[in-house]
Every structure is written in C-alpha cells, then in structure tokens.
Design a protein around this ligand. Sequence first.
Ligand code: 5RP
Length: 219
Amino acid sequence: MTQDELKALVGRAALEHVAEGGWVGVGTGSTVNHFIDALATMKHRIRGAVSSSEASTARLRGHGIEVVDAAAVDRLPVYIDGADEIDHRGHMVKGGGAALTREKIVADLAERFVCIADESKLVPVLGRFPLPVEVIPMAAPQVARRFAALGGQAALRVGVLTDNGHPILDVRGLQITDPLAMETEINQWPGVVTVGIFARHRAAVCLLGTPGGVRTLTF
Ligand code: 5RP
C-alpha cells in the first residue's frame, strides 16, 4: 500500500471515534483530508465541526458540513488530527502543515485526542522531524539562539505564514527525550506563540495505518 492509501485507511477508521449528534474537532493535513472526506458520509449524524485551519474549514464546508468557531463551544468529545511524529507514549510533533497553534487550541477543548497516522510517523524518540515553532517575527533570532544553546538549528520556513499571520521556525537536530519538560520550557520563551510538541495535549489513541490494517495504540 502507498503512504496515501495508509492515510486514507486511518481517515476512514477514525469515523468510529466520532460521537453521533455531537461536534467534532478536526485537525489539518493530508491524513485529515481523508478523514474529512469520510466524515461527509455521516454528515447528517453530527452537529458539525470545529476546525483547526482555513484549509480544513474550506474542505469541510465544501462537503456541506457546518463549521463553527472554537469560541462557540465549551467542550468537544473528540479531536481528530494527524501528526508528523508520535512516540510510544502518545507525545507528538505537529505543525508540518503550519496549523499547530489552532490545532493546540482545538485539541485543548477536546476530551480525547485521536491521532491518525501512517506507520512511518511512529518513532522511538521525537526530533527526527524538524520541530515547528510559531513565533512573533521580532523574536525569531533570539528564539533561534535559544535553540542553538540546546543543540538545535532553527531556520525560518521560507514563504510560509500561519493562518494567524506569523512565521514558523523549523528546528533540526533536537532529541526530544522528555517532551513534557521541553514543551514547558519552550512555552516560557518570549515570542514563542506555539511550540509543535504536543505532550500536554498528547494523543489518547493512535490509529496507525500499516499494510496489515489499522493498528490501534492506546496511551
Ligand atoms: C499540520 C499538522 C499535521 O497533522 C501534520 O503535518 C501531519 O500531516 P499529514 O497528515 O499531511 O502527514 O500538524 O500542522
């Protein structure tokens, strides 16, 4: 199976985690696009969606699925999203699609984070994928220097601004052995809007696409 077929497989499998009659939190990316297409088949059995990006909102609305702002709901039963990396405890690196800030906001509303990913995303230690960090522009050089002190090389993602209008630093060379501690530390740095480590908002479940079918990991 191709990587895209594995993504489609878990996109469809995620429907089992959608509460009938409820709101669903929707992430961003190519795996989530498959989920959105599958969600369209049960659109009359959900209230609607809270979306984490302009791109996902457009795709949801294109299917006739109602999208409301995150500010309009208190809680979501589930948030479904992909990841750039996930470890064996459900910690993730996210933000490859530049949607990390809204993803963390919507994930924070949800009782459960269900991660959907092809098997290439499962890693023993986070950090092989460059860590995305959304920053306030004037702080980018000093945030980059802080990463250098930790052994990371930060580079601005060229030609990309987030839906919030901010640039992204991609940080290579980190070994994220303690995701919660590193997320907590980076969150303190002035000018950091969001770091793409999802440890406080780790997955409760991961549906992993493998050639043998969907493997369910619970954390
Ligand atoms: C977007 C994300 C995505 O979840 C992540 O990049 C995975 O994307 P894909 O499903 O296309 O592999 O964090 O900001």
